[in-house]
Design a protein. Structure first.
Length: 235
């Protein structure tokens, strides 16, 4: 799997911990009281990690969108009209509850190698029944994205795009969905076989070239996330 150039990456265990904390705080988030400020910082952590990885424009856009959604939920007055609530608070709620987790997943996928993820899960004493499916899925998502781009190129050669979907909807669905479904089945089988071939199903302890170690910024991020979570529930 080809990875983008990585400038700043954290330990896979830190990524997994942040994914759980951010997902939980985002979904069950409180939008009243002083805890909203702790929630804002937690929601912005994934975007700040993207910025630290030198994807400054993309990370800044993520930060801005999440901040605007948080501000709309926290400070704008509800109940003025039903249309006002639908246009403002529904999109804001979707952004603050789902976008931080998506951004965290984006950073995780683009900065973590499969080998690092497997080693991190083994360090956490996770069962092979958990490690193998996660490793396969970790490879699956970028691979199916790459296959989808190839399908887009083939469709453009046949002059089939979203612009003429209304003219030929059945043709568009056929050329889009059928290859994608075939690719999904084929890639899933290939990745599963590759995982077994690499010995992921062996229960005995194995050596690893990759040596994971929590660095100072991993500890700092973990401490910050824990402190903010405590403040969030105490404030």
């Amino acid at each position: 799997m080809n990875k983008k150039q990585v400038f700043f990456t954290v330990d896979p265990r830190t990524n997994l911990f942040l994914m759980i904390i951010i997902s939980f705080i985002a979904i069950t988030g409180n939008i009243t009281g002083n805890s909203i400020y702790a929630r804002l910082v937690i929601l912005l952590i994934p975007s700040l990690l993207v910025v630290a990885n030198k994807e400054i424009v993309k990370g800044t856009v993520f930060c801005l969108i999440i901040f605007l959604g948080w501000y709309a939920e926290a400070f704008l007055i509800r109940g003025e009209s039903q249309l006002y609530d639908i246009l403002i608070f529904v999109p804001a709620g979707i952004v603050t509850r789902f976008m931080p987790t998506v951004v965290m997943g984006y950073y995780f996928l683009n900065t973590t190698q499969v080998e690092e993820l497997i080693e991190g899960l083994e360090r956490l004493k996770c069962s092979r029944k958990i490690t193998i499916p996660i490793a396969v899925m970790f490879c699956f998502l970028p691979t199916i994205k790459e296959e989808s781009s190839y399908i887009d190129d083939a469709m453009r050669m046949r002059n089939i795009s979203l612009r003429n979907t209304l003219d030929r909807p059945i043709t568009y669905i056929e050329y889009r969905m059928v290859p994608v479904l075939n690719s999904v089945i084929k890639i899933a089988d290939e990745l599963t076989i590759a995982s077994v071939t690499k010995g992921l199903n062996i229960t005995r302890p194995k050596t690893a070239i990759i040596q994971l170690r929590l660095k100072w910024y991993d500890v700092s991020i973990l401490v910050l996330a824990v402190v903010l979570t405590i403040f969030y529930y105490l404030l």
